[in-house]
Ligand binder design. Structure first.
Ligand code: FES
Length: 282
């Protein structure tokens, strides 16, 4: 906690505080940022079109990270991918008509559950959306007397340690997408989209590998860091993961924004609204 905040008394009454700094900027920024991302990503997921560029031209092409991996796909949609890119092929007939046939719906639970239960995001959205309290030493919304946050909500949030394994798998999938983005019809090249898709798994990996659960998996659960070779290796892991962990909040935001930006970029190129500068055009 900020030392300027540490000596301030606890207060009662919503937003009542002795703090004289702009404590409300953080929760308001989180409120605006997360709302904007949820609105955009929901809209993008419902589209089901314009999520790929150049994938129908053989090996390579760009794929939006909001749609990857492609589990099932509908062939012939605008800006989509050909059938052989889907893991299980054509879109299933049992899919209800009232839900768009969008590959994004098939994968969204994995990144969503990981982000939603992230230790940093919990703090951020508890403060920004529930105001219980909105910041340190600031009055909170009145809480129900039957509060069960530690026994109910916290149990659910334990999902994080399992969601982390899927998040790690996604880093490899998105790294493969980045590799593919350097090819068009089997020909190696570089485009602005290649750079966008290359930076994406780097940022996501920095966020994911700085996760508290990942640090515990790789370097935690030990009483001694110097007792044997395995313990020393665990300590080495703990140290480099801690470097990422110290910037976890920043990486959470930068990686989130980059995923949205990568989808926007590929969508705009696919729609023909902007041109991707690349070496294949020469
Ligand atoms: S704590 Fe943030 S991703 Fe695990």
């Amino acid at each position: 906690m900020d030392s300027a905040v540490a000596n301030i008394k606890n207060t009662s009454g919503l937003a009542v505080t002795e703090r004289t700094d702009n404590w409300w900027i953080g929760p308001m920024a989180v409120l605006g940022g997360l709302t904007a991302f949820v609105v955009y990503s929901t809209w993008a997921a419902f589209q089901g079109v314009h999520y790929a560029v150049g994938m129908s031209e053989g090996f390579g092409g760009y794929l939006s990270p909001m749609y990857s991996p492609l589990i099932w796909i509908q062939e012939g949609v605008l800006g989509g991918a050909p059938l052989h890119h889907a893991i299980f092929g054509a879109w299933p007939e049992w899919w209800p008509d009232f839900i768009p046939a969008s590959p994004a719906f098939l994968i969204v639970a994995f990144p969503l559950s990981f982000r939603f239960t992230c230790y940093y995001y919990r703090k951020a959205y508890y403060r920004a959306f529930t105001w219980t309290p909105p910041a340190c030493a600031v009055g909170a919304l009145p809480r129900k007397s039957n509060y069960a946050g530690e026994t109910g909500l916290m149990l659910f949030q334990n999902l994080h340690r399992y969601a982390m394994y899927f998040a790690v798998i996604f880093i490899f999938i998105l790294s493969y997408d980045a590799f593919l983005s350097f090819f068009r019809n089997g020909v190696f090249g570089v485009g602005v989209g290649s750079m966008v898709l290359l930076i994406n798994p780097i940022l996501l990996g920095s966020y994911t590998f700085g996760c508290h659960s990942f640090r515990h998996l790789m370097g935690g659960n030990r009483d001694c860091f110097s007792c044997d070779t395995r313990a020393k290796m665990a300590y080495g892991n703990w140290k480099w993961i801690t470097k990422l962990n110290e910037n976890h909040q920043l990486l959470a935001w930068v990686s989130l924004i980059w995923v949205g930006w990568a989808d926007i970029y590929i969508r705009l190129v696919s729609m023909g609204l902007i041109t991707d500068l690349n070496t294949w055009a020469f």
